[in-house]
Design a protein around this ligand. Structure first.
Ligand SMILES: Cc1ncc(COP(=O)(O)O)c(C=O)c1O
Length: 250
């Protein structure tokens, strides 16, 4: 899912003439603009277009006496490896003869893989021939990223990190199969995943652990159905796990 920011934020300037006019108006107000900020939005493929337009604005702004020394390339960078098209776009700002400083506001890129969510199996049954686990978290609680952020756990088997029995010993994982994980609320839409591979010897009371839960999870969670969830437990593991990027990419 792509979050569209321009419907709410930013200026509406349909062409180059309008950009000239806007910088001129701001100049007349005695305001000096220091730089340009954009936020493409998570999942966006518009980074290249945004950088080209921002550079154009830097040039035009300087014509009207604006400082134009900073380019803020915002957030929206994905979890884990950043795609080639985004890197190619960002490279345009490196050693740019226009001369400006570049800053960014990455959120999920840093935070998503820093947290795991532990949740518990409350009930287990076979429905329409399929194994289903009902758990003590939901679409309206820590898994609200399914609604607000377009995240999906369908077939995301590598997001499933592990399982512990109710007395906190590691479970001996035998066979795995495609299961459904249902959230705890009364809403029929409260389905965390309809197809995700989990061990089939998980019992009621066992804990499931899901990775990649450090962004847009507990912030917007609600108390829908009068239910609370998730206590934060901070545990510093001393070492930040590498995400596959060992050196600067731009
Ligand atoms: C202005 C701005 N910068 C940065 C971010 C971080 O976004 P992300 O976590 O997608 O990188 C947001 C998120 O909404 C934002 O609004």
């Amino acid at each position: 899912m792509t979050t569209i920011f321009s419907g709410k934020f930013g200026d509406d300037l349909p062409n180059i003439e309008a950009i000239h006019k806007r910088f001129q108006e701001i100049q007349k107000l005695g305001i000096k603009i220091y730089g340009i900020h954009f936020h493409c939005g998570s999942g966006s493929s518009s980074f290249s277009k945004a950088i080209d337009l921002a550079r154009e604005c830097m040039k035009i702004g300087r014509e009207y006496g604006h400082t134009m020394k900073l380019l803020d390339v915002g957030g929206g960078y994905p979890t884990g490896i950043i795609q080639e098209n985004i890197l190619t776009a960002l490279k345009k700002t490196k050693d740019d003869p226009l001369g400006y400083d570049v800053i960014a506001e990455p959120g999920r890129h840093f935070s998503a893989n820093t947290c795991y969510l532990l949740f518990r199996v409350m009930a287990k049954r076979i429905k329409q021939g399929k194994l289903c686990y009902h758990v003590n978290d939901s679409y309206y609680h820590s898994f609200n990223c399914l609604i607000t952020d377009g995240v999906t756990f369908e077939n995301q088997n590598d997001q499933f990190y592990g399982v512990q029995t109710s007395d906190l010993t590691d479970i001996n994982i035998t066979d795995q199969q495609n299961v459904s994980i249902f959230g705890m609320t009364c809403d029929g839409a409260d389905i965390i995943a309809n197809n995700i591979k989990l061990p089939n010897n998980i019992e009621v009371g066992d804990w499931l652990c899901m990775g990649g839960m450090g962004s847009y999870t507990i912030g917007p969670k609600s108390k829908f159905n009068g239910m609370k969830c998730t206590t934060k437990v901070y545990k510093w593991a001393c070492k930040i796990k590498e995400q596959g990027q060992k050196q600067s990419l731009i």
